[in-house]
Design a protein around this ligand. Structure first.
Ligand code: FPP
Length: 277
């Protein structure tokens, strides 16, 4: 099924147009999808039911990002630390990922979504690696939303890997210690081809980054909501984006310096923000 901007409601279209006109459309949104277990426990259901329900929120986030014209969406689907969970839960998460890709690949491809991964994906079960490779290969030429799945991912591990690559280059004489700049590190991270995230969303009220995009999130806006991930649907996503658009990003400058840039119609943005409450 083709997603289209024509399917946006009045308020959604107003948000899309305001973001596009004001230059406040985030290029890269990254999400820490938290609270699946608590969602299930609140309903006296097994934790895996929370993950299953969370898949609907994944679908909403992907489709909504694409319709708003966001170019990168990165989802923290499985951290390096998540391997410590009970084996049955890990198996379930892996099978959910596999099912999602098998079921949704045609629709994602039809909607110009490019699938990528970051993390140590060679640690994933073979069948998951296989379906990921197929998805990445089939969608590699797509130019719409880039959907990056962070799988067996850890920010510190990625930074350590980049520094190790630099050390090898120094030993081979290809680099000198003076060349060890920010760019030298950034260009060796798995995220090198993406813009830094403009916005990190975290559900379930926890105020931490949990080893997610540590280097890349240096100037990222953070949006934390008490909603649990399975409850974070289309309208909650729209609300987060509208909230982001209302913020002033200074990157270390003063408000007066920033005021020279075009600013959006704040009253329209505030109205849109409340429409998605
Ligand atoms: C955190 O909730 C969620 C996860 C560790 C997994 C997130 C995975 C999915 C939503 C499904 C697979 C994703 C894709 C992209 C196909 P939690 O279990 O830590 O919740 P809790 O903190 O309430 O226990």
């Amino acid at each position: 099924m083709k997603w289209s901007q024509q399917d946006l409601s009045g308020d959604e279209e107003a948000l899309r147009a305001t973001l596009a006109d004001s230059g406040r459309l985030p290029r890269h949104v990254a999400i820490i999808m938290d609270g699946n277990g608590r969602w299930a426990q609140l309903r006296r259901r097994p934790r895996i039911e929370g993950h299953r329900e969370g898949m609907e929120s994944v679908r909403d986030a992907v489709k909504t990002s694409s319709q708003l014209g966001i170019s990168h969406l990165t989802l923290y689907a499985f951290s390096t630390e998540n391997w410590k969970r009970p084996a049955g839960e890990v198996r379930f998460l892996m099978s959910l990922l596999e099912t999602y890709l098998r079921k949704e690949l045609a629709e994602l491809h039809a909607n110009d979504v490019r699938i990528r991964t970051i993390g140590k994906t060679n640690a994933l079960p073979r069948s998951v690696q296989h379906v990921l490779e197929e998805a990445m290969e089939q969608t590699s030429a797509n130019t719409g939303l880039t959907l990056t799945l962070a799988l067996s991912y850890g920010g510190r591990q990625d930074i350590a890997r980049a520094v190790q690559m630099i050390a090898f280059d120094v030993r081979r004489g290809k680099l000198s210690p003076e060349d060890l700049t920010e760019e030298a590190i950034a260009s060796r991270l798995q995220t090198a081809s993406m813009p830094d995230p403009d916005l990190v969303i975290r559900t379930s009220g926890e105020m931490r980054l949990s080893n997610f995009l540590l280097w890349e999130a240096a100037y990222t806006e953070i949006y934390v909501t008490d909603q649990l991930w399975p409850d974070f649907r289309r309208s909650e996503f729209m609300h987060a984006i509208a909230d982001f658009a209302c913020r002033e990003r200074r990157f270390g400058k003063t408000s007066a310096q920033i005021a020279q840039a075009p600013s959006p119609d704040m009253s329209t943005l505030q109205r849109i923000l409340h429409a998605f409450r």
